[in-house]
Design a protein around this ligand. Structure first.
Ligand code: GCV
Length: 691
């Protein structure tokens, strides 16, 4: 190495060591104020005090500027929206003021223009669903244990540290507009409704309230029997209905602004109204009647499927469509974005836009259950943007999922959107430093469902990595051209490509659910142990055989396409017009099927897997090149995780291609990098890991 190179290298290493180590706990709220500000607010409340404090701690414009906070109703402002100007924030509610303050702070820190503007939320309720169990574990959680619950003798004790953490959590949520938290897993323990747990729930609710966050609980439909001592939980039984009424009254006496219940019923072994010969509508309406006098809501999940002959993708629509219009107006049906589950890619669930007389809300998954968990760098906003902008055609062209759920098309009494949280007790909350961007992006999209994933990534990178020392000429200032070109741009591009890369190396061209076992992490296209439900095995989904690959959901197969509105139905049904990204989700096609670009299906599949691995290798290079702009702690965390992601991507590619080649019997294209693993070893390793 030449002397000059060594000098340059040492300079950059030193620079990166000079950046203060960051553990990521401050999330996107690292910005510190540089000047004092004169805040004028005529009203007092805990929420307004927070708003004033945020301004005083974070003000980055001229010293001693005046800013007015005005709570005054204005017809142009909806719900908790606000009117923002350089020196004035007006809102109908106190929480609207707080949101306006966070918006102002964000704009100051990201260098975005501030002109007089009204900002209204797309959805009335913007909710995080925590799949936290009462023993502190988190179903599909990859960032430590629950911040709300723990096991052991002190499980119900509330400490100062607990409250401090809940407050930080509430602040982070409020800063991006999230206004609801479901505190426990949808696979709900009946104990959550016992007096002790309700008392603890009240303590949590008290901390979240000033930040505008309402508390919700997941409930177990069999609670009247399990903790109430009743003989049945039949929703049409008057004693059962009364039991729920009493329980709801008890909850509201502790938590006057309680949001309501989230229910997973008759799904994956959970109890529900069908156990008593009743319908989902019977169950949901009974709970809705108990909550209604207090303004509470029921979020009833449509995620239901049985090990029946009917294609799993069809079941939610088949079950729920006949009940459209039968639900009370304080029931909202919570529908996962995809008809099967939170797969790396699926078309949108056909229930969106189809249920016209029932409120429907999207459920997204922030925790990366099927997308590399807290190891893979996968920015999910591109996936959510694709979903929200999908045209359902239900009320003509332009009936996007976003417009079908946010009240623009159907006059829903309530509008809402939920995200399954990726938050845990890890210092950086989410495990992977970049997983924080998914929490951030969920909140931003819930507030404004027309934001682009690019804008959100831009904001997040600036807030998470830029320098807020107050000097605008530092290396990492957002105003530095060097920082913009050599850090912001490449890192943003990496984020924007990351979901497609994961789809490429995991399940391209519409493949789905190819995981080995219930861990939902590594590949297992072979995974089909005897005795396991068929719809929980991989071959059920890919259907690879000597002829071809893919799940036929056209009229010659399960006809799931019939659940979509025209022109989607026809477009999906024809393999020549079906978008490549959904091809094998809808069609079983021969290995030598000719794709739109003239390649055979087999070659195309190979190239996608190969590309996915190369994309992650490029992410590694990108990250190494930005070392001097990142503190050593976060830099090395991401670097280590990218290395693992790269090895995992290689395993995904090798496992899937080597397995499928047994059926295709076709050679790998010449210019594709060869597998480096062999299939028998991968299968053996997978089996051993489960012993
Ligand atoms: C909470 C998938 C997940 C389960 C989850 C379920 C659901 O099946 O693997 O862990 O259970 O979805 O959304 O209810």
């Amino acid at each position: 190495m030449s002397r000059k190179i060594i000098t340059i290298f040492s300079f950059f290493v030193l620079l990166s060591f000079n950046l203060q180590a960051e553990d990521g706990h401050d999330l996107w709220l690292r910005g510190k104020g540089t000047n004092s500000v004169n805040v004028i607010c005529s009203k007092k409340s805990p929420t307004l005090s927070i708003a004033m404090q945020e301004l005083q701690q974070g003000w980055q414009r001229n010293a001693n500027e005046k800013i007015e906070l005005v709570v005054k109703s204005d017809k142009a402002i909806k719900g908790d929206g606000f009117r923002i100007g350089k020196n004035r924030i007006q809102a109908n509610t106190d929480i609207g003021i707080l949101y306006g303050v966070y918006e102002l702070m964000r704009r100051q820190q990201t260098g975005e223009n501030i002109h007089e503007e009204v900002c209204n939320p797309s959805y009335e309720r913007r909710i995080l669903n925590h799949w936290d169990n009462l023993d502190g574990t988190i179903e599909r959680g990859y960032a430590g244990s629950s911040i709300f619950w723990r096991k052991g003798k002190d499980s119900l004790t509330v400490t100062y540290t607990d409250k401090q953490l809940w407050q930080e959590y509430a602040r982070a949520n409020a800063s991006i507009g999230i206004n609801g938290s479901v505190l426990n897993n949808v696979n709900a323990s009946p104990s959550i409704l016992t007096a002790d747990y309700l008392k603890k729930t009240k303590e949590i609710a008290d901390v979240l309230r000033p930040y505008g966050i309402r508390t919700y609980l997941s409930v177990n439909f069999a609670s009247p029997q399990v903790i109430g001592g009743l003989k049945t939980s039949d929703p049409l039984n008057s004693e059962v209905a009364q039991w729920w009424k009493n329980k709801v009254k008890e909850i509201y006496s502790l938590i006057p602004d309680f949001g309501g219940f989230l229910v997973k019923a008759n799904s994956e072994g959970q109890p529900g109204p069908q156990d008593f010969g009743r319908t989902h509508a019977d169950g949901a309406n009974m709970l809705a009647d108990a909550l209604s006098p207090f303004g509470g809501m029921v979020m009833w999940r449509a995620f239901i499927y049985n090990p029946s002959d009917e294609d799993r993708a069809k079941q939610a629509y088949s079950e729920f469509m006949p009940m459209d219009g039968q639900f009370r107006d304080n029931v909202i049906i919570q529908v996962k974005n995809g008809p099967i589950d939170f797969q790396p890619r699926e078309p949108f669930s056909p229930l969106f836009g189809a249920m016209k007389k029932t409120s429907v809300m999207p459920e997204l998954q922030i925790t990366q259950e099927y997308l590399g968990q807290s190891v893979h760098l996968v920015y999910l906003a591109t996936m959510w943007e694709e979903f929200l902008k999908s045209d359902t055609y239900q009320e003509g062209k332009g009936s996007t999922v976003a417009r079908c759920t946010d009240g623009s098309i159907f006059p829903q009494k309530h509008t809402a959107i939920a995200g399954v949280s990726n938050i845990g007790s890890d210092v950086n909350w989410c495990g992977h430093p970049f997983a924080q961007s998914n929490w951030y992006a969920f909140g931003r999209l819930a507030w404004n469902n027309s934001l682009s994933s690019e804008q959100i990534a831009d904001e997040w990178i600036k807030l998470t990595f830029a320098d807020y020392s107050g000097k605008i000429d530092t290396q990492n200032s957002i105003f530095s051209a060097d920082w913009q070109v050599n850090f912001l741009q490449p890192v943003k591009q990496m984020m924007l490509n990351s979901r497609e890369a994961a789809v490429n190396y995991m399940m391209p061209l519409g493949l789905h659910h190819l995981f080995a076992a219930d861990h939902h992490y590594g590949p297992g296209p072979w995974w089909a142990p005897t005795g396991v439900r068929k719809d929980w095995t991989s071959p059920y989904y890919h259907k690879a055989d000597s002829i071809g690959i893919g799940f036929d959901r056209t009229a010659t197969g399960s006809n799931a396409v019939s659940q979509y509105q025209e022109p989607l139905q026809s477009m999906f049904s024809n393999s020549q017009t079906c978008p490549d990204i959904y091809l094998l989700w809808v069609h079983h096609l021969p290995w030598n099927f000719i794709m739109k670009d003239g390649q055979t299906l087999w070659d195309e599949l190979c190239y996608h897997y190969d590309k996915g691995v190369r994309q992650v290798r490029d992410f590694q290079k990108t990250w190494d090149q930005v070392q001097r702009y990142v503190d050593a702690e976060r830099f090395s965390q991401v670097q280590i995780k990218l290395r693992e992601q790269c090895m995992n991507a290689q395993v995904w590619k090798d496992a899937c291609l080597l397995y499928f080649r047994q059926f295709s019997k076709m050679p790998f294209p010449n210019d594709m990098e060869r597998p480096v693993n062999n299939l028998e070893d991968l299968i053996k390793k997978d089996e051993q890991s489960r012993k």
